[in-house]
Write a protein that binds this ligand. Structure first.
Ligand SMILES: [Zn+2]
Ligand SMILES: [Zn+2]
Length: 307
């Protein structure tokens, strides 16, 4: 008998934990560089040396992200049957006590067979783009794990894109930003702070850093922020970011994108904010999108004077 059989959900949360950890490593360097730039001028050489010093850690984050991808696929297989993960019976451990063997003692099928197994049992096979991504990441991961190659380089953006893309394929109904917020809310450090007041501001800082790193089409694909539409300051994110002396988050869009539209949508707080279409009271600002709740212009960010 096989005992302690894991569920699909358990694999999914383990996968999420790996994605979150990998993301956390890369983001911590990006925000450290961002924050340094607020106080001192970081030259190109300094920045290159910064990333050179972070090289091994970025590679480690890729290895962790790849583990997350494998766990997520295992979770999808377990949804069909957990026994799909068990390799050949000739490799199975012996039940010496007669009380059964725990599932975790079995060797599971090789990473390269995970996709094959899933595509065999699922009515909807994996997208070929995901299969390409999986193979590519597995190759880099193998060279990073099994040898020392001074030339092996992975940029922070590559790791970010791998996580966003893998997450999109593996958990198509879930928003990565929302999942990340959940993780920040359950991170160990919340237990040493008096409250969770800093979480929204921290999320703004990292999402803006990633937003600025991505191309227009990547922003549209992963964050639903259309390239061609005007961007406004999200009043909520701006308020939260200011608490931490953070950056101004101008990534919100009118929804629908019409001159008369009175709702502003933001991918980070995942909320719509009511706005009035009135002229900004700040001299020189041509903005006409004013947050109702915060009484601030969403173009220049200034508080509105009573008229
Ligand atoms: Zn927002
Ligand atoms: Zn204004």
């Amino acid at each position: 008998m096989i005992t302690e059989i894991p569920t699909s959900d358990e694999f999914s949360s383990a996968a999420y934990a790996q994605f979150d950890f990998a993301w956390d490593i890369v983001i911590s360097f990006m925000t450290a560089l961002d924050e340094a730039g607020q106080y001192i001028e970081v030259g190109q050489d300094d920045e290159a040396q910064f990333w050179e010093a972070a090289r091994q850690r970025i590679l480690t984050s890729l290895i962790i992200a790849q583990q997350g991808v494998e766990l997520a696929i295992k979770g999808k297989l377990v949804a069909f049957s957990p026994y799909l993960l068990l390799g050949s019976p000739s490799d199975w451990p012996k039940d010496k006590t007669g009380k059964g063997i725990e599932f975790s003692e079995f060797k599971t099928i090789d990473a390269q067979d995970l996709i094959k197994a899933y595509n065999m049992v699922s009515p909807k096979p994996f997208d070929t783009k995901f299969v390409d991504l999986f193979d590519r990441v597995r190759k880099v991961r193998n060279s990073a794990m099994h040898s020392v190659n001074a030339k092996l380089r992975i940029s922070p953006k590559e790791v970010i894109l791998i996580i966003l893309e893998a997450h999109e394929h593996l958990f198509p109904d879930q928003s990565w930003v929302m999942a990340r917020k959940e993780f920040l809310l359950s991170a160990p450090d919340v237990h040493v702070y008096f409250d969770n007041d800093h979480i929204d501001g921290a999320l703004v800082r990292e999402c803006l850093a990633v937003y600025n790193l991505l191309s227009k089409s990547e922003r549209e694909r992963f964050f639903n922020v259309a390239a061609a539409v005007r961007k406004y300051i999200c009043p909520f994110c701006s308020y939260e970011s200011a608490k931490l002396d953070g950056p101004v988050p101008n990534y919100a869009v009118l929804k629908p994108n019409k001159p008369t539209s009175t709702t502003l949508w933001c991918f980070v707080c995942n909320d719509t904010h009511l706005v009035s279409r009135e002229h900004c009271s700040e001299a020189g600002c041509k903005g006409n999108v004013i947050s109702d709740d915060y009484n601030r212009c969403c173009t220049c960010g200034e508080e509105q004077l009573p008229n």
